[in-house]
Design a protein around this ligand. Structure first.
Ligand SMILES: Nc1ncnc2c1ncn2[C@@H]1O[C@H](COP(=O)(O)OP(=O)(O)OP(=O)(O)O)[C@@H](O)[C@H]1O
Ligand SMILES: [Mg+2]
Length: 239
């Protein structure tokens, strides 16, 4: 099998000594956006941190094609083509945009890094004139663009973005969301976790609703939009 999906199967993950994901199965296909919705405490961030290698599952698998990523170190997961943007990821405030991108791509060759950063900047041309600005002087939206550019610079096959719109004005969210579509159009699989369920459902082909560490819904976004009870769960406390 090729790398046409990121397949998470029966994932059990403990935090603070008790399981918070109870056998989660979820697929992120290449070339499209999938959304993961659910109320506060559902386990969405736990899933992202686990796929990125920061938390260890007690059961299940995380497969990129035939490659098992469960238990791999974060650098190896990134090198295999899976990038994660954890909730509330911060830049180094005293470093410029350029240096924040350099730090994020230090393990790539010079050519790879340049191609990756150039590709990411095509999505965020605003950053070019902010190249020498320190991260702390950027707007919230610009900071989020740099965070996304850091993740995209390694040209991942799959990218998991936890709360892209957190703390951002609606107009900024509107600017950033289409870039996720562009990433999918370039062939990557995108998993989008969003507090604004309606925004994510407008972009995603498939959707999952997680609640209490279990998948409560798995199907098309369209079907979810037409199911008020499930949609209520997806939104619950999430706005
Ligand atoms: N550092 C931690 N130590 C112990 N338990 C934690 C920790 N972080 C989160 N949890 C617990 O894990 C469960 C899942 O939390 P998680 O942050 O993954 O949810 P979430 O769906 O991302 O929520 P939110 O929408 O608020 O971001 C919750 O019960 C939470 O209390
Ligand atoms: Mg979270």
């Amino acid at each position: 099998m090729g790398d046409d999906s990121l397949q998470i199967t029966d994932l059990e993950v403990p935090r603070g000594g008790r399981p918070v994901l109870h056998g989660v199965t979820l697929e992120v296909p290449a070339g499209e956006i999938t959304t993961l919705l659910g109320p506060n405490g559902a386990g969405k961030s736990t899933l992202v941190l686990t796929v990125g290698g920061a938390l260890a599952p007690t059961r299940g698998s995380i497969k990129l094609g035939d490659t098992e990523l469960r238990g791999a170190k974060p650098e190896k997961i990134r090198a295999a083509g899976v990038a994660v943007v954890p909730e509330g990821r911060r830049l180094l405030p005293n470093l410029t945009v350029e240096d924040n991108l350099k730090v994020a791509t230090y393990n790539l060759s010079g050519d790879q890094s340049k191609a990756g950063v150039d590709g990411a900047l095509e999505l965020f041309p605003e950053l070019e004139k902010r190249w020498d600005t320190t991260a702390r002087s950027l707007s919230g939206g610009e900071q989020q663009m740099v965070v996304l550019a850091q993740a995209l610079a390694s040209r991942p096959k799959f990218i998991l973005v936890d709360e892209l719109s957190l703390g951002l004005a609606p107009v900024v969210v509107k600017r950033l969301m289409p870039t996720m579509e562009a990433v999918a159009e370039r062939g990557a699989g995108v998993l989008l976790i969003e507090q604004f369920a309606h925004v994510a459902l407008a972009l995603a082909k498939r959707a999952y609703v997680l609640e209490g560490g279990e998948v409560q819904y798995s199907g098309t976004s369209q079907e979810l939009k037409e199911n008020p009870d499930l949609l209520q769960k997806a939104y619950m406390l999430g706005a």
